[in-house]
Design a binder for this molecule. Sequence first.
Ligand code: SF4
Ligand code: SF4
Ligand code: SF4
Length: 297
Amino acid sequence: MEDQLREKAKELLEGGEIKVVIGYGWNNRKTRITPVFITKAEDVDKLVFNALCVNNLSIYLTRKYKDIQAMGKPAIVAKGCDIKNIVVCISEGQVERDNVHIIGMTCSGVVYKQELWQGELKDNIMPSKCHNCDVRNPHITDSVIGDPVDFTPPEEPAGMLFDKIREFDSKPASDRWEFWNEHFTRCVKCYACRQVCTLCYCERCITDKNQPQWIETSAHPRGNMAWNLIRAQHLAGRCTQCGECERACPVNIPLNMVNSKLALTVKESFGYRAGYDTEEHPPMIVYKPEDEEDFIR
Ligand code: SF4
Ligand code: SF4
Ligand code: SF4
C-alpha cells in the first residue's frame, strides 16, 4: 500500500500540477506518526500509511495554514473520515474542489489512546468512529490507494460511546448538568480543540472577541461552560465526529460525547449527516422559504 502511495505521489509531483503532497511520515525516532509535506519527487519515500496515521490532515487545507496554501495546489492523503471534513469545507466554500487532489486511502481503522468509561484511559484502542465507519472505502476521491475493504457498517450507531449517550439521555436533567459542569470545570482554555478542528476556521473566533466580550477568557467554570457550549453549537450539523478535538484535549473532556449527541439530533431532526455531499449545505446555515418554522421571517 505504501509503495502504491509513493508511486502516486511521485507521479503527481512530476506531473507539475501538484506542488505539495500532504501526508503521514515517521518522526525522527520512528516512534510516532507526524504530518509531512513532500514537495520533491525524490522525497516520496518519507510517506507512510498504517494504523497510527490518526491525524486528520484536512486542517492543512484551511486558511489557518496560509503558508501551505501559498505552495500551490496540494494533494492530500486522506482516510474516508478525513474526507468528510474536506467535504464540509467544500460545501461551505472554504476549499475549491478543483484546487485539491484527494488521495483516498482504503482503511481498516486506526488506534490511539482513548477514554473508555468514566475516566479510564487505554492505549491502542480503536476509536468509536472506526466501529461505526461507513467510509472505509473512501467516498470522494481523485485517486484511491489500497485494496477495497469488505465490511458492513452498523445500521444504527453502535459501541460504548453510543451506549453511554443512550444511558446518559435517560438521566434527570440535574444529573446531566452535574456531569458536564464537572467536566467543563476542568477545561484549561488551551483551545487545542479549536486549533485541531478543520471546521473551526473563523479568522477571529468568538472567544477572542473582547468588544463586546462574549466569553470570559480565564479558565473559570462560568466561562468554560460558555466556551464549550458555544463551540458545540457552532459545530452542530457540521461536525463529522472525526474525534480530533477529544484526542487533543489535555484534560480528557469527553468532547466526542457532545459532538456525537448533536450529530444524532441533527440526523433525527433534518435527516442530514455532515461530510457526504459537497453540494449540500449543513441544515443550520440554510433558509428555505417553505420551512414550517416562522421565527426567522
Ligand atoms: S473512521 Fe473509517 S476511515 Fe476513519 S480511521 Fe476509522 S476505519 Fe478508517
Ligand atoms: S470531532 Fe471535533 S475536531 Fe472533528 S470535526 Fe467535530 S468538532 Fe471538529
Ligand atoms: S482542548 Fe480541552 S482543555 Fe483545551 S480548551 Fe478545549 S475543552 Fe478546554
